[in-house]
Design a protein around this ligand. Structure first.
Ligand code: NCD
Ligand code: ZN
Length: 343
């Protein structure tokens, strides 16, 4: 059995830089036409000029005869101003601004400390129609790590969407039923990305019987009832939910250690994994909208003209891939997958 769908896009991707990027970018380019590239480099991509240079490095690291369009983002800091927003919009290559609460996740030290102070910048983004991409977790040490997304909704998102009803906002990598409900009930222009790992797994996969660091990402995997709410949202055909892998490669030794970092690597098998999830939910017919249409429509970009074909032919995901001087372990390492990407 084969299915052919319009070539998908990845609306949330970490590509890193230099050798690490060169090692992983082909996995995304084989599957996806475009990707929203996250700006959390060290130092972060905070200006249009830096985004233009980063985009050039991505294009240069692509294997010859690969077509892949990186859609760039700026990293919001307390110092971001409206002038930068205007030049970002005018550049034509910057498609969004990423809000990381300071300290929320990998490389987010330079993130925002007080969202209220950035309201003038958000006004400009709303006027220019430049989407705000949100890592929606509070960072307060007194808030339980499993509650940080839910608390962010109450403390910040409700007010944000009320204050900026015309600002396109992406609630990135939603992980809870509360997040799904918020997006569904929102009056504003709010959408959400959903990752492979949050559809495939719940926290048992990471913690039951043994601690499995390759399942550790942020926002952290939640309990099964949340996983079910995400599957329901992704496979419902609701255009406010679309594909964003949040594929976030880290060297093996920085995940398999006493203080391991957050991020799952899924770029090597992402669309195959989504296909498996949609098939299991009896909704394979909804895969194309989720993967190839709704994100492009939300960002006001044309849908892709080319297509990909997946064949029902089991294959086993490699245990690791070279990653600069290191190795990266994919989320699905050693797992037998049902769908194979046909060249
Ligand atoms: C991301 C990373 O490694 O850059 N990690 C993650 O767990 N998702 C950062 C992020 O998007 O939160
Ligand atoms: Zn991310």
């Amino acid at each position: 059995m084969k299915i052919t769908i319009t070539r998908p896009d990845d609306w949330h991707l970490h590509l890193r830089d230099d050798d690490a990027m060169a090692a992983v970018v082909a996995h995304s380019a084989e599957r996806f036409a475009r990707a929203i590239v996250m700006p959390n480099l060290k130092p972060p991509v905070t200006t249009t000029e830096m985004a233009i240079a980063y985009r050039q490095r991505i294009l240069s690291s692509l294997p010859a005869d690969t077509r892949f369009e990186p859609l760039m983002t700026l990293y919001m800091t307390d110092l971001l101003d409206s002038e930068e927003i205007i030049s970002a919009k005018q550049s034509g290559i910057v498609k969004g601004v990423k809000l990381y609460p300071a300290g929320a996740t990998t490389n987010s030290d330079a993130g925002v400390t007080d969202i209220q102070k950035l309201y003038p910048v958000l006004e400009t983004m709303q006027r220019e129609t430049l989407p705000l991409l949100i890592h929606a977790e509070v960072t307060d040490s007194d808030v339980d790590v499993f509650d940080r997304e839910r608390v962010f909704i109450d403390r910040h998102l409700v007010a944000l969407s009320r204050s900026f009803p015309e600002l396109p906002m992406v609630f990135e990598h939603v992980t809870t039923k509360e997040a799904v409900d918020f997006v569904r009930e929102s009056q504003g222009r709010t959408a959400a990305t959903i990752t492979v790992q949050h559809l495939m797994y719940n926290r048992n996969a990471m913690l039951a019987g043994a601690i499995r660091p390759h399942f550790f990402c942020l926002p952290i995997l939640k309990r099964n009832s949340h996983q079910q709410a995400l599957i329901e949202a992704a496979t419902s055909g609701d255009p406010r939910f679309f594909l964003g892998t949040d594929s976030a490669p880290h060297p093996q030794h920085t995940k398999e250690c006493a203080s391991g970092c957050a991020g799952c690597y899924t770029a090597d098998s992402a669309i195959e994994l989504y296909a498996e999830i949609f098939e299991q939910a009896g909704s394979l017919d909804k895969l194309e909208g989720f993967s190839s249409f709704f994100g492009a429509d939300f960002y006001g970009l044309p849908r892709n003209k080319s297509s990909i074909t997946l064949e029902k032919q089991p294959w086993v995901v490699p245990q690791s891939y070279p990653f600069g001087k290191d190795q990266v372990i994919p989320l699905a390492a050693g797992k037998q997958l049902q769908w194979r990407l046909v060249d």
